[in-house]
Ligand binder design. Structure first.
Ligand SMILES: [Zn+2]
Ligand SMILES: [Zn+2]
Length: 270
């Protein structure tokens, strides 16, 4: 399917056939000035899915679409740069609704995620039902298939990170796999097989060695894209000082199809 990066109208103004991806945050644990950490809005017909919700993502999201109209939120792992803006996002929902909504939307957390959020809510003196008041809160399992809507499914695979982390695949009008944070992982490669678009982290400038690994270089992300035979590759999860064009060029030497780098606000249809 064709892809372009022009701003294609506000979410919900559907002018496309496949899926639409909006980059809300392309930063790693510390994004550049004015940038956000991990957050990606995926639209398939009228279904809106938020993948991760790191620093700054809630504010960018509500500037373009109501927080209360997000149908599903998936958190890839419980590092702050992937979930901490669930707090302001939850406030945005109750502000928009002038109170508690019907709990139509679902927050999908990794195994153990409910306990992690409960500890955080306790630490910041919020009630323990803070999230459950507005979203149906569930913990997902690798290997399960989740039907999010008619013809739209989600699957997850365990990656290789410093804590348990998951990659997320969405299959609908087209297909997208998001690596989350991971070192090279056969399970993530299997999950991504044949995806129209692979949204892959490329955090490292040099590969990790030794037993403790958790991220990819641009070359490793490109190798993943080749092995999984994806249609196009978009790199993301950059430190504040990353040279994004150099990162793109590094990956393009190894992956022969379209390679782009994410930037906050970028919209692509595929
Ligand atoms: Zn991260
Ligand atoms: Zn992480």
């Amino acid at each position: 399917m064709s892809a372009h990066s022009a701003l294609a109208g506000a979410p919900g103004n559907r002018l496309y056939v496949g899926m639409r991806l909006t980059i809300l945050g392309s930063g790693a644990a510390c994004a550049g000035a004015g940038g956000n950490s991990s957050g990606y809005l995926v639209e398939d017909a009228d279904i809106r899915i938020l993948l991760d919700c790191g620093h700054g993502v809630a504010s960018s999201l509500v500037a373009m679409t109501p927080a209360s109209e997000i149908d599903h939120i998936f958190i890839s792992h419980m590092h702050a740069d992937h979930f901490i803006d669930l707090l302001p996002l939850r406030f945005a929902v109750t502000k928009e609704m002038s109170g508690l909504p019907e709990r139509r939307s679902c927050l999908h957390l990794p195994p153990g995620g409910v306990a992690s959020l409960t500890q955080i809510l306790s630490a910041v003196c919020f009630p323990t039902d803070f999230f459950e008041n507005v979203w149906r809160v569930r913990e997902y399992q690798a290997g399960e298939v989740y039907e999010l809507a008619n013809g739209l499914e989600a699957r997850l695979a365990s990656g290789v990170h410093y804590i348990p982390g998951w990659a997320i695949r969405l299959d609908g009008a087209s297909s997208l796999t998001y690596t989350g944070d991971t070192a090279p992982s056969p399970a993530v490669c299997d999950l991504a097989a044949g995806s129209d678009l692979l949204l892959a982290e490329a955090t490292l400038s040099e590969p990790e060695h030794g037993p403790v690994r958790g991220h990819l270089t641009a070359s490793q992300a490109a190798d993943l894209a080749v092995a999984a035979n994806v249609g196009q590759l978009m790199l993301t999860h950059f430190w504040f000082d990353a040279d994004r064009e150099a990162i793109r060029a590094e990956a393009a030497q190894r992956f022969p199809r379209s390679v782009r780098v994410a930037s906050d606000g970028l919209v692509t249809e595929f």
